[in-house]
Design a protein around this ligand. Sequence first.
Ligand SMILES: Nc1nc2c(ncn2[C@@H]2O[C@H](COP(=O)(O)OP(=O)(O)OP(=O)(O)O)[C@@H](O)[C@H]2O)c(=O)[nH]1
Ligand SMILES: [Mg+2]
Length: 209
Amino acid sequence: MPQDPFPHIQNVKFLVGARGDGQLPSTGYPEIAIAGRSNVGKSSLLRHLVNQRSLVRVSRTPGRTREINYFLLESKDLPLLYLVDLPGYGYASVPMSLKEDWGDFVSRYLENRRTLCAMLLLVDARREITDIETQFAAWMTGRGVRVQVIVTKIDKVPKTQWGQVEAQVRSAFGPDVPKCIFYSTLKGIGSEDVWRKIKSAVSTAPTVS
Ligand SMILES: Nc1nc2c(ncn2[C@@H]2O[C@H](COP(=O)(O)OP(=O)(O)OP(=O)(O)O)[C@@H](O)[C@H]2O)c(=O)[nH]1
Ligand SMILES: [Mg+2]
């Protein structure tokens, strides 16, 4: 019988909204980061995953989160781990490169954080996938970080078109990126698959002291 993918969560604690290198918590636990365009649903997904409505503020005005938000997850079935809600990119009306948009702080975090073991890269089911997402995925994969694409707000797309969405994701990201996961916080779709991926990433994460 397949194992229950949901962890028995004991505590989820908001640690810090880091605005600079000096504010990042100490390393030592594996980290799972959540990235994607502003308003794609990062904070909603995190909240839904840990099943705590009050935990993460969901923005009314897109692009408000500029901090790297750290949550420490304690559960019975996983080692302690950090869930990291990254600032959204692409909120500005003028297109900018990922680096300019996110700022040096986030770029440095992505480049240097050795305990970052998996990246949940969110794309909106109704939006085209851009070079920002595909280049980002290739960059992270090249660094040895597992990338899991998650298609958010799938409740907004009729089921008859889900196959088409999946084909678009596959063709945009290519064969190096595993099959995408459809997600809906409204309909409660996807969390099981996401936990399965997190468990697998954490269980093979290198330990860094
Ligand atoms: N229909 C639907 N709406 C969703 C879903 N997930 C999130 N939303 C809505 O999308 C909007 C943005 O969600 P957030 O979670 O704040 O997005 P974010 O990526 O954290 O945004 P930033 O912090 O600004 O980068 C909110 O109005 C959510 O209610 C979903 O699965 N289905
Ligand atoms: Mg957010």
